[in-house]
Design a protein. Structure first.
Length: 362
């Protein structure tokens, strides 16, 4: 009954036991693992902050808070007033609302209505695309501290384009407008053409050099030439000489020894015109009758009109009374046709008076 009783080791010999030596070795090699703490990062930052002078640390904190306030919290730099110029009351009101909605959005968390971060070019592109009555945005100007000024060019009806008795309304940017946007009693400049086709509503009817020429005649003719505004502009088609059909039936062969004959006839090409004919009404102040002016289609129509004014100013009163048309299609010379001369009917273009185009003095 006493055989299973555990005997205690003699403390004087326990150091000689292998098990004890192993435990002692493990105890000597033990290293305590530091407990992880959620505040360890904060403690490190705090430890670093203790090394920074307190005045510098306070300045950094104040600057950070101020930057956050200036950029993100509504303050005196946030836009409160938007003014729009260049359109009717309705268009101005619509543009103001659209600009306000755009500026109340943010980009990567940065508010667009903050004067420091207003994307002027992006706003101009948005307004031109969002509003069909806006042709272009000419200027987006910041007025510190919290005002924004927008200047636009409205898309308004300017031309009444006529082809073979059918008419459409064309805006100042060359696009087609619905007819209801231009009352028939409105003062639209008549533009006519012998051939061509109409663009769809919203599409471009006039563009490029043709639009530049029409705009110059519409807006600057009176100021540059000192004559009444034109009543009509005719688009002169590009004509080519083409052989007509044979005088014989197409399904028959010519008799032996006879060759089919052809005659040349003028055919209009379906291409943009290269010249326009401007109809000028009579001018009582200078006893000038109604006459026409042939102008080239180009971007430099204003310069041609300046030369036209100088040319007419150099004519005598007698020649002005008999004026039939003026040909300004050539860069170095101009031609004047007087009433009662063969050039009126196109019989002999040699009879057209050749007049050197005056150059504008610098």
């Amino acid at each position: 009954m006493f055989g299973n009783k555990k005997q205690k080791l003699d403390p004087r010999v326990k150091y000689e036991q292998p098990q004890f030596k192993k435990q002692l070795q493990n105890a000597r090699a033990y290293k305590r693992v530091p407990a992880s703490s959620g505040n360890s990062v904060f403690l490190r930052i705090l430890k670093i902050a203790r090394r920074v002078p307190w005045k510098l640390a306070l300045g950094v904190v104040i600057a950070t808070v101020l930057a956050v306030y200036i950029c993100f919290v509504p303050n005196f730099l946030f836009i409160t007033t938007i003014t729009v110029q260049g359109g009717t009351d309705k268009v101005v009101a619509d543009v103001e609302q659209q600009a306000t909605r755009f500026l109340h959005t943010s980009h990567f968390g940065i508010p667009r209505r903050n004067m420091l971060f207003v994307p002027s070019q992006e706003l101009a592109t948005f307004l031109a695309a969002a509003n069909t009555h806006v042709w272009r945005v000419d200027e987006v100007k910041k007025q510190w501290p919290n005002k924004l000024s927008i200047r636009i060019t409205s898309r308004v009806p300017v031309y009444k384009f006529n082809i073979s008795g059918q008419e459409i309304v064309v805006a100042n940017d060359g696009s087609v407008l619905p007819k209801e946007e231009a009352p028939y009693n409105s003062q639209l400049l008549l533009v006519s053409a012998q051939t061509g086709s109409f663009a769809e509503v919203g599409g471009k009817q006039f563009s490029g050099e043709l639009l530049a020429t029409l705009s110059s005649v519409k807006n600057n003719f009176t100021a540059l030439v000192n004559l009444p505004s034109p009543t009509k502009i005719e688009l002169v088609p590009v004509m080519v000489a083409a052989p007509s059909a044979s005088i014989l039936p197409t399904n028959s062969l010519p008799p032996q020894g006879i060759t089919p004959t052809h005659r040349l006839e003028q055919v209009a090409l379906n291409v943009p015109p290269e010249e326009v004919r401007v109809f000028v009404p009579p001018y009582a102040n200078s006893n000038t009758p109604a006459f026409t002016v042939l102008l080239p289609v180009s971007e430099d129509t204003n310069e041609v009109l300046i030369k036209l004014h100088a040319l007419l100013a150099s004519q005598t009163a007698e020649r002005m009374k008999n004026l039939e048309y003026v040909d300004m299609r050539f860069s170095s010379r101009a031609f004047i046709c007087l009433k009662g001369t063969p050039c009126v009917n196109g019989e002999n273009t040699v009879q057209v008076s050749a007049v050197p185009t005056p150059t504008k003095k610098p």
